[in-house]
Design a protein around this ligand. Structure first.
Ligand code: IMP
Ligand code: MG
Length: 184
């Protein structure tokens, strides 16, 4: 699997070390709160959320949302659709939304909009990766693992056609493997 990568942007150890720091940052941000509600945007944020919550030192509730961002050459960005909504009551809760990557920002904007309707006490957004210079809407993550260049990456939750999510590091696939027919 790792041999399918052309280059590695973030190693397993770098991810581990950064998540420990992020966990402390998050814990320190919420010193006045009794509890934190973490919402993972799945599938991409599965691995990141699982590791991150183990470094948050306060009571945590976890729930998931499934969002689909349809993209193709004709319609690069359509309105992201929420396919699975969470079950927890968010009224008065401190909410931390977690995603794998912030790219154009459309997914984050849409999710924040939906969460705010549920009257939480606060809403923040954390991402493992942020692509520089790609933002199309005004949204800024509160917690960021790593800034990466504008390249399509896989691993540690991020997929290409639902594959490669289980890689322990993050990198760019070899060009010959970025061909959709390989996976059909
Ligand atoms: P945004 O709405 O453009 O910010 O895109 C966010 C979503 O696009 C992420 O949750 C990912 O699912 C997907 N995405 C964006 N860039 C990449 C990438 O480099 N690799 C894998 N998925 C990506
Ligand atoms: Mg995703």
């Amino acid at each position: 699997m790792i041999e399918d990568l052309e280059s590695i942007f973030v190693t397993e150890q770098e991810i581990r070390e950064r998540i420990e720091i992020l966990g402390r940052e998050i814990t320190n941000t919420y010193t006045d709160a009794d509890e934190l509600t973490v919402i993972a945007i799945i599938n991409g944020a599965l691995l990141f959320t699982a590791d991150l919550v183990r470094h948050i030192d306060m009571p945590v509730r976890i729930d998931c949302m499934r969002v689909s961002s349809y993209r193709n050459d004709v319609n690069p960005v359509q309105e992201p659709e929420i396919i699975d909504m969470l079950r927890l009551d968010l009224e008065g809760a401190h909410v931390l939304i977690i995603d794998d990557i912030m790219d154009t920002g459309h997914t984050s904007r849409r999710v924040i909009e939906e969460i705010k309707k549920l009257k939480p006490a606060s809403v923040r957004f954390g991402v493992l990766l942020e692509k520089e210079g790609r933002r199309e809407v005004k949204v800024k993550p509160d917690f960021v693992g790593f800034q990466i260049p504008d390249e399509f990456v896989v691993g540690y939750g991020l997929d290409f056609a639902e594959r490669y999510r289980q890689l322990p590091c993050i990198g760019v696939l070899k060009p010959e493997l970025q061909n959709p027919p390989t996976f059909v």
